[in-house]
Design a protein around this ligand. Structure first.
Ligand SMILES: [Zn+2]
Length: 469
């Protein structure tokens, strides 16, 4: 009897214990789901913390691992940003402060130093140029070893083609900011906006040989773009980029440099900052502010990224008032203009060049493929790989100094000539072309003549890659 009742008691106690545990577990679950922050704040974190170390460990080249990390984090963080932007005024930097704290904590706990470093990226963007101020900006960027993105006006590009060339040859990204920046024309209806984009694109292409795929709307998209603008540009293969932080350098004339520094660096917590600056006429103060802006972001641990078409764009929400009076373009207009345009950007993969210890990548439109050969712009490739190119207008030839070799690129005679130290010359026929102000050349001919014969050529889902000696 005693044993039996003790046994029963034990069963009852055990049952009570199980119930108590179940109760705790269920309660805990419902508690944690109640505490779960709004979708945007935590859910994206594991993505960046998981993929970043993978990228870092598979890449030997520090440059490429940084850029992979950058892309990963920016994609996840822009989800946050766009969630914020739905309620933000366009001129304001969204406030992702709450989110960047856990982001940092997770990254720091789970990742090696290199990956954690990649979690904060700033994209410097310059609108309304090029102007004489652009030259100053380029000089500063070069000194600071920082890359940026320039959203240029077609009108300005026509006046200063040499600055367009300089921007591009120094490895910065060029985006399209329409031809004349005139709001009344641009926002009267999509076909006008479109024609200014195409006009500017042709001007840039005639100078550099490349078509910019990135677009920034004058004044930003908020209050200007309706869904038609967004949808048709996307359908045509373009990427529209707004910003997350405004330097305030164009809110009135003569904003002092100190104010521009202050506004540009007001938030050094966000994991992704797309900073709006201007390098158009009258923006001397922006150039003056730039070294201090860069110093502050560097001190706060940011890496400097270049916008490209693979980064999830920052875009303002569509205002309900935008475009109410516009007539939509007809289906036949769209079929004639927008639909075929996407094919211009269809190649879609960057071409990565790995030469010795150095690596650089050319985005879609920065290189071409003809007759099964990669064709590349000479100066951009050589300068990004540490060499120098000079141009002699008299003989219509370029001179390449690269890794101890001197190669003459003769446009008229369609030849590459390797000048040996002994005074001997080795000639190599090549289809050299002058497009706008740039020499374009078959990549293989260039590498072979310059003493870096290609070792391996590969194509994956993500990239094309040429590895050379
Ligand atoms: Zn502008």
């Amino acid at each position: 009897m005693i044993n039996k009742s003790a046994y029963r008691r034990r069963i009852v106690i055990r049952g009570l214990l199980v119930m108590a545990i179940l109760f705790l577990v269920i309660n805990e679950r419902s508690l944690s789901s109640q505490n779960k922050p709004p979708a945007a704040s935590v859910q994206v974190l594991p993505l960046s913390s998981m993929s970043a170390p993978h990228a870092a460990s598979t890449d030997i080249n520090p440059k490429s691992s940084t850029s992979t990390t950058t892309t990963t984090t920016s994609i996840s963080n822009s989800t946050l940003t766009s969630a914020y932007l739905k309620n933000a005024q366009p001129e304001r930097s969204p406030q992702p402060q709450q989110q960047s704290q856990p982001a940092k904590a997770v990254a720091a706990a789970a990742l090696p130093v290199a990956a954690a470093k990649g979690t904060k990226t700033v994209y410097l963007t310059f609108d309304d140029g090029p102007s004489p101020i652009t030259a100053k900006v380029l000089e500063i960027l070069q000194q600071e070893k920082v890359k940026a993105t320039f959203f240029v006006l077609g009108e300005q590009a026509e006046t200063h083609p040499e600055l367009i060339n300089a921007i591009w040859e120094q490895g910065h990204t060029i985006g399209n900011h329409t031809y004349n920046h005139n709001y009344q024309e641009l926002y009267s209806g999509f076909p006008v906006f479109w024609s200014q984009i195409k006009q500017t694109e042709e001007i840039i292409r005639s100078i550099t040989g490349i078509r910019p795929q990135l677009i920034r709307a004058p004044g930003g998209t908020f209050g200007h773009f309706d869904h038609t603008y967004f949808n048709l540009l996307e359908q045509a293969g373009y990427r529209v980029m707004d910003w997350t932080a405004d330097s305030g350098d164009s809110k009135r004339r003569g904003v002092p440099a100190a104010d521009i520094v202050g506004e540009s660096t007001a938030d050094l917590q966000s994991s992704k900052v797309v900073l709006l600056l201007h390098d158009g006429g009258g923006h001397e103060a922006s150039a003056e502010a730039l070294p201090r802006i860069i110093a502050k972001y560097k001190a706060a641990g940011y890496v400097f990224g270049q916008l490209n078409e693979h980064i999830e764009p920052v875009q303002f929400r569509v205002s309900s008032k935008a475009g109410l009076k516009r007539t939509k373009p007809s289906a036949s207009w769209i079929a004639a203009h927008v639909t075929p345009n996407a094919g211009l950007f269809a190649a879609g993969k960057p071409l990565v060049l790995e030469v010795g210890m150095l690596e650089t990548s050319l985005q879609t439109g920065e290189y071409s493929i003809r007759d099964g050969q990669y064709r590349v712009p000479l100066r951009a490739v050589i300068e990004r790989l540490g060499g120098e190119v000079s141009w002699d207008p008299l003989s219509r030839s370029g001179k390449v100094k690269w890794n101890g070799n001197v190669v003459t690129v003769d446009v008229g005679k369609q030849k590459l000539i390797l000048n040996l130290q002994s005074g001997l010359q080795v000639e190599h026929p090549a289809r050299v072309e002058l497009i706008g102000g740039s020499i374009w050349i078959p990549l293989r001919d260039l590498l072979e003549t310059a003493g870096h014969p290609p070792l391996k050529v590969s194509v994956t889902d993500g990239e094309r890659r040429v590895k050379a000696l």
